[in-house]
Design a protein around this ligand. Structure first.
Ligand SMILES: [Zn+2]
Length: 255
């Protein structure tokens, strides 16, 4: 007993004092991720209280899904259903790879730390704000659409997280939002389609300063956007339109 206790105490002493020797380092356990509870939230948005992995479900899974929805395979669309299935695992894995984290598809402290770093207090991603999407023909609100203002805002927040992924995958290049939510009257005054998803807060138009238009259009494919319109599609030679809908409609004849 005493023979085991002495090196143990020595190791403990060195760990406490910060002394590092070859012998002690060899005896120390491999560094593990800090527990989820030890990770302080970076802001007032949302805090995860447990590690999430495939097979689990709950509202915390939905919150995670919203933030990784832009990390799908081309043409894939992550369902925000609160069920951590194989598709959610793949999206989490891509998110982790995209930010240089260990990619195991399990959302633990490292993944949450990155998400906390990426989100503002109002739960929008750091590179986008509601104010970029609420011009609404000068009204600066989310009123007068086909859904309530609260629903439009929530839909736009989801779009923002997908755009955050597009931005990251295109090399951290800023994206210029030229149109987001539109009321019904605003939409008709700018010549939008009578069924435009801009009236639901489910669409965003990206201006063309940088990156190239077709690069941007293609970038939307792996971010869960089922409606993608770009160069060559009528009225879309000066922006890329990305939107969420249930069925696929991708068109950019000049790409
Ligand atoms: Zn549009």
């Amino acid at each position: 007993m005493r023979r085991r206790l002495v090196p143990l105490l020595a190791a403990l002493f060195m760990a406490v004092t910060g002394t590092v020797t070859g012998a002690v380092a060899a005896a120390e356990p491999v560094a593990t991720e800090p527990s989820v509870a030890d990770v302080a939230p970076a802001d007032a948005c949302y805090t995860w209280n447990r590690t999430l992995r495939e097979g689990m479900s709950g509202s915390d899974v939905t919150q995670l899904q919203i933030r990784v929805a832009g990390w799908v395979a081309s043409g894939e669309n992550l369902v925000l259903d609160g069920v951590f299935g194989p598709a959610t695992k793949r999206a989490v894995t891509r998110f982790q790879s995209g930010y240089g984290l260990g990619a195991d598809g399990i959302a633990g402290s490292q993944t949450y730390s990155k998400i906390y770093e990426l989100q503002d207090n109002d739960c929008t991603p750091i590179h986008f704000a509601y104010s970029e999407f609420d011009d609404n023909c000068g009204a600066n609100n989310f009123n007068g659409g086909k859904v309530s203002a609260a629903t439009a805002k929530e839909n736009i927040r989801r779009v923002m997280w997908q755009l955050e992924a597009v931005r990251r995958k295109l090399g951290d290049r800023p994206l210029n939002i030229t149109s987001g939510f539109r009321s019904v009257s605003c939409n008709s005054s700018v010549g939008g389609s009578p069924s435009s998803l801009h009236m639901y807060g489910q669409a965003a138009d990206l201006g063309l300063s940088n990156p190239p238009q077709c690069t941007m259009w293609n970038g939307g494919k792996t971010a869960g956007f089922e409606e993608l319109l770009g160069p060559g599609y009528p009225g879309h030679n000066d922006h890329v339109h990305m939107a969420n809908r249930s069925s696929r409609f991708w068109s950019a004849p000049n790409c």
